[in-house]
Design a protein around this ligand. Structure first.
Ligand code: PLP
Length: 410
């Protein structure tokens, strides 16, 4: 998003015009931002055979998936349905990594029959896999290295009590099962959760993976998951991608030397690729002064952007209808009958009813976590590509909410 000629725009298209045309609330994604993030990551790792597997769950729209394919990414999916979406978007199943957690084993069998790469994260399924497929199907092992990702506990996945991955402390059991069934292990995976950011933590995780990797002679790749931290707020610490690229490429190439084979290095970024590409636009419905604060109510709520309420996440909020107005404090809240506060006492330019309010960094886990709570239809989605705005999802209607309900005569 740029501020130019007194207005906010994406690729020359005024955001307020998009709201006039498509209504609010509205998700808007900027293709050029996604491409730029992808290129920054690719460049930082240009000295190793890098494969970027976009974590589809961050933003699952088919057109976004197609765009990822076009710029050269693969896919990481967490449900059989995401796998089907990926195939529908044009990915070869073999470019898709399926990383399920606690799904029915039938989903795993279906994913294998489709040809996806499978990532297993528990011992019972490893055993079942061995019995059924032996050496015939390649497999990746998801390890929990018990390395703390910094920040928010709710989005950490690498700590000791985490439900994700096979604990590093259970590796002897893994080696025994793999050897018993002669399982064809081609990858080792860690994903310690979102937002650790620190290059040092990545490198520590990598050391754990290298040690485990030496036990598997048929490897083709190591997958370091994601956790790249992006800035949500001015002054936020972000992952220094160039620094990470340099240090991690060196340690990776060094490991490959010791291992005796040049492996591929995989990452599975979600947030890093799409967070800042997305804006969420809503309309101010009411400005309400109380003894505590001045509320700005908007025509959306936790049903459409739940990160602030679920994780306490910070999203920058601005009034794009009055970009050069005087600044005051406002608390921006949703229309849902819950306390759905997007931001408390934020500095915003003077706001009145009907103004368009923009939430930044809404590309990841925005629409994909939305619901119909309070029987509200979900927003439309717009993709701005090559200077043109495309509607990539229609706004839902009451019909969509009634769609699967079965009315019974009483
Ligand atoms: C969610 C997820 C990711 C992506 O995490 P981000 O923080 O969005 O980059 C990557 N890998 C796996 C296995 C995931 O579950």
């Amino acid at each position: 998003m740029q501020f130019q000629d007194h207005r906010f725009e994406i690729q020359g298209i005024a955001l307020t015009d998009l709201c006039t045309q498509y209504g609010t609330p509205l998700y808007v994604y900027d293709a050029s931002s996604i491409r730029q993030q992808f290129e920054t990551l690719s460049k930082a790792f240009e000295n190793v055979p890098l494969k970027v597997k976009y974590a589809a769950k961050a933003l699952t729209n088919l057109t976004i998936l197609k765009f990822m394919k076009k710029i050269g990414a693969g896919l990481d999916v967490v449900s059989i349905h995401e796998l089907h979406l990926g195939i529908r978007a044009g990915f070869q199943a073999s470019e898709i990594m399926f990383t399920p957690n606690c799904v029915d084993f039938a989903e795993i069998e279906e994913a294998i029959s489709l040809g996806a790469m499978l990532n297993i994260d528990n011992l019972p399924f490893l055993e079942k896999f061995g019995q059924k497929y032996g050496h015939t199907v390649p497999l990746c092992i998801r390890v929990n290295p018990h390395i703390e990702a910094g920040g928010n506990h709710k989005i950490k996945t690498g700590h000791t009590e985490s439900k994700f991955g096979i604990s590093v402390e259970q590796m002897q059991e893994v080696y025994a099962i793999v050897s018993q069934y002669n399982i064809h292990i081609t990858g080792v995976h860690v994903h310690t959760g979102s937002d650790f950011g620190d290059v040092h933590v990545f490198l520590k995780g990598a050391e754990v993976v290298y040690e485990i990797a030496t036990h598997f002679p048929e490897l083709e790749f190591l997958d370091f998951g994601s956790g790249f931290k992006v800035a949500y707020q001015e002054g936020d610490k972000t992952t220094d991608i160039a620094d990470l690229g340099q240090k991690m490429s060196a340690s990776f190439l060094n490991f490959c030397d010791r291992y005796g084979k040049k492996l591929d290095l995989w990452f599975e970024p979600g947030k890093y690729l799409v967070s800042q590409a997305g804006l969420f636009l809503a309309k101010a419905t009411v400005v309400k002064k109380t003894p505590a604060t001045t509320f700005v109510g908007v025509d959306t709520g936790l049903n459409h952007l739940i990160r602030p309420m679920m994780y306490g996440s910070y999203h920058d909020i601005l009034n794009i209808s009055n970009p050069e107005g005087e600044v005051a404090n406002y608390s921006v809240v949703g229309y849902i009958c819950e306390t759905d506060t997007f931001g408390w006492e934020r500095k915003m330019t003077e706001t009145k009813e009907g103004d368009i309010i923009a939430f930044k960094n809404a590309g990841a886990y925005g629409f994909s976590m939305s619901s119909n709570y309070n029987s509200r239809p979900r927003p439309a989605e717009i993709f701005v590509h090559n200077g043109k705005a495309h509607l990539i999802r229609k706004r839902e209607t009451l019909e969509d909410i009634l769609h699967n309900q079965v009315e019974v005569e009483l």
